[in-house]
Design a protein around this ligand. Structure first.
Ligand code: FEO
Length: 178
């Protein structure tokens, strides 16, 4: 059975993952408002991944005999001063999440909760990938600067990210063209 300290921290993490979901949806709405539909598409696909992350902790707590206690979510920004600022926020947010995952690993080790190791190792790997991706795209946006054709090229490229199968965030799932 999972201990109370780790249960509390994982419940907190469910909140962070759902807030990630919300953040990426909010950035997606901002990009749509700027006609950067490829970037909006990328953010929606990322939002989908964040819901999966939340559910991995949700199921782990339940499977280990703990109690899931959902918390209030923070209100996110709805406007950014530039495309670059929005991507920088996404990158910073992933760094914040990595820090939280490290905190969970520390608690699990201190409490000798070996059963949570595979899940937390998966998240540690995932965060390496998420930080690297957000950092790379942020760098690319920085490189194109004010060059609108460069931004359009990146927008088209980011539109290629596939939606996970069956995602409710895929416009095709609710009969909408993106
Ligand atoms: Fe669930 Fe993007 O971290």
């Amino acid at each position: 059975m999972i201990g109370e300290r780790l249960t509390e921290a994982m419940n907190e993490q469910i909140k962070h993952e759902l807030e990630s979901y919300y953040l990426y949806l909010s950035v997606a709405a901002y990009f749509h408002s700027k006609s950067l539909d490829g970037m909006a598409h990328w953010m929606k696909a990322q939002a989908h991944e964040e819901m999966i992350h939340a559910m991995k902790f949700f199921d782990h707590i339940i499977d280990r005999g703990g109690e899931v206690r959902l918390q209030d979510l923070k209100q996110h920004k709805t406007q950014w001063s530039s495309t670059l600022e929005a991507w920088k926020d996404a990158y910073q947010h992933e760094q914040f999440i990595s820090d939280k995952i490290n905190g969970l690993i520390s608690i699990a080790r201190e409490d000798r909760d070996y059963a949570s190791e595979p899940l937390l190792a998966w998240f540690a790997d995932e965060q390496i990938e998420e930080e690297a991706t957000a950092s790379k795209i942020t760098d690319e946006i920085e490189m194109v600067g004010e060059d609108k054709s460069g931004l359009l090229f990146l927008d088209r490229e980011l539109a290629q990210r596939p939606f996970p199968a069956g995602s409710p965030l895929d416009p095709a799932a609710y009969g909408q063209a993106e």
